[in-house]
Design a protein around this ligand. Structure first.
Ligand SMILES: Cc1cc2nc3c(=O)[nH]c(=O)nc-3n(C[C@H](O)[C@H](O)[C@H](O)COP(=O)(O)OP(=O)(O)OC[C@H]3O[C@@H](n4cnc5c(N)ncnc54)[C@H](O)[C@@H]3O)c2cc1C
Length: 455
């Protein structure tokens, strides 16, 4: 029988704001740990520009959760989520459609299944209203990239200036192992420390690159996204349209660089900047873009040194409210002064359906611990979930941008095999073993696991 959840804070009563993917996961984790949960979702009282229904866990775009193969970074993330009892995955298993090695669902059935699993739980009370201020008492805030304006203002007031971004402008990230060392050279401008990797271009290569860029297909976006382009952060395709030389006097300027192969300054250069301490992920500096992903692959692999580049993150620019996690939040995603007010989902700077859901699982686990007087805990950075959290807390705050799961986030293997497939198998094996060890060590296991969830 359903227990009525008392209004306001109570010793075992907690609030979850947002009935999306992260909020549903957090609510179920908490309820399954014996907490009474008040889950507050504003739809249908107030709509977002992208959602179409009043269902919990509605998917606003593709119906695919990407690969199930554990040697794929998204597959490994799912394996870890299954071990933690993900309701997204049990609902997806129950509503999947044929999609090869990917996990794709019938979106209407999926949202219905999520709604029944979450709202039907005896210890979860679903309330339909807009939350306009950060609640008092133990709370998970998982209101997503389209958080309502009133709550946004309250979050902004709590975080201070610069604590919240409204648009992302993401440059692609490539894996170090996939760069051609016969072409790419390490150097800083004017012999500064050799912190950057540089892809040199001749005049002809640059001209062909600009032509390809101008001809490439751009993601059209929605009217409501209405992305404002800031002069200091223009998409490269917009710069290319302004003139052939614009990029060469902007992010692709060769000034201060000498190509060791020729002893001369290249005509243009694409610079790559390290994203992580281990030096596995490299960001294409100034290459924020709205090109379609297939076009990014085609055009950017024409850059000398990137012919075989493995893209860990594609470029994008869209409406997306997210917090400055590394600067303003604690490692487990709470306000520093309120360890019991935990943010989760896309709002924290993870990117994607399953990444958001995984963040909700961890937020639920940690809110339960905080309420119980235990310290919050995070999986180690050898796991996909732990590595995502490390990215959130350790990124340089001045240029923090959302991130999806990828192998470059994890600690490298001490004795990595050269073969890429074998390396991923070993990374996946280690990730799963370390996740299970973390579960064991911290007593993370839930009381029960939703039907359909496999360990
Ligand atoms: C247009 C668009 C397309 C996308 N396409 C994809 C894609 O194809 N693949 C992918 O992996 N990711 C995609 N994303 C990212 C996607 O939103 C996230 O991956 C995921 O849905 C985020 O989960 P979440 O739980 O953080 O937020 P959401 O799933 O958005 O859930 C947040 C919930 O909070 C509610 N809410 C907001 N404000 C309040 C309030 N004040 N009070 C109460 N409730 C509130 C909302 O109604 C919503 O139900 C897309 C995002 C957008 C905006």
């Amino acid at each position: 029988m359903k227990r009525k959840v008392a209004e306001g804070p109570g010793p075992d009563c907690v609030t979850v704001v947002g009935g999306g993917l992260a909020g549903c996961e957090a609510a179920l984790q908490l309820a399954e740990r014996g907490r009474r949960v008040r889950l507050i979702e504003m739809r249908p009282v107030r709509a977002t520009p992208a959602h179409r229904t009043d269902r919990l866990g509605e998917l606003v775009c593709t119906n695919s959760f990407k690969s199930e193969d554990p040697t794929n970074a998204h597959g490994q993330l799912k394996r870890e989520m299954r071990a933690l009892g993900s309701v997204l995955l049990s609902s997806a298993d129950a509503t999947k459609v044929l999609a090869g090695s990917a996990l794709a669902v019938d979106r209407a059935l999926f949202a219905e299944t999520m709604s029944v699993a979450v709202a039907g739980h005896p210890d979860i009370e679903l309330v339909r209203e807009e939350v306009s201020e950060l609640p008092a008492g133990p709370t998970v805030v998982a209101t997503g990239p389209l958080t309502s304006d009133a709550l946004t203002a309250s979050i902004q007031a709590a975080l201070g200036d610069g604590g919240l971004a409204f648009f992302d402008a993401i440059a692609p990230v490539v894996h170090r192992d996939s760069l051609d060392d016969g072409i790419v050279f390490a150097a800083g401008r004017f012999d500064e420390s050799a912190d950057y990797l540089n892809c040199p271009m001749s005049k002809e290569e640059y001209g062909a690159f600009i032509d390809a860029l101008r001809a490439a297909d751009v993601y059209p976006g929605h009217d409501w996204e209405n992305v404002p382009f800031f002069e200091g952060c223009l998409p490269i395709e917009v710069m290319a349209e302004r003139g052939v030389e614009t990029l060469r006097f902007g992010p692709m300027k060769p000034i201060g660089l000498t190509d060791p192969r020729t002893g001369r300054r290249p005509w243009a250069v694409v610079q790559l900047r390290r994203e992580d301490r281990a030096g596995q992920m490299w960001n294409m500096v100034g290459f924020q873009t709205r090109l379609k992903t297939a076009e990014q692959g085609r055009v950017f692999r024409s850059i000398p040194g990137l012919a075989n580049a493995e893209f860990l993150r594609w470029g994008s620019i869209h409406r997306n409210s997210y917090l400055n996690f590394p600067e303003r939040l604690t490692p487990h995603g709470s306000l520093p002064a309120r360890p019991d007010l935990i943010f989760a989902g896309q709002l924290t700077g993870v990117e994607g359906y399953t990444e958001s859901a995984a963040s909700g699982i961890v937020a639920g686990i940690n809110l339960d611990r905080v309420v119980a007087g235990l310290p919050p805990t995070l999986p180690p950075a050898t796991t996909m979930i732990g590595a995502l959290f490390r990215y959130l807390r350790e990124s340089p705050p001045g240029r923090f941008q959302p991130m999806n799961s990828n192998w470059g986030l994890l600690d490298p293997l001490p004795d990595a095999p050269r073969d890429k497939q074998k390396k991923r198998e070993r990374l996946a094996e280690r990730a799963q073993a370390d996740l299970l060890a973390w579960v064991e060590e911290h007593g993370i296991a839930r009381r029960s696991v939703p039907a359909g969830v496999k360990g």
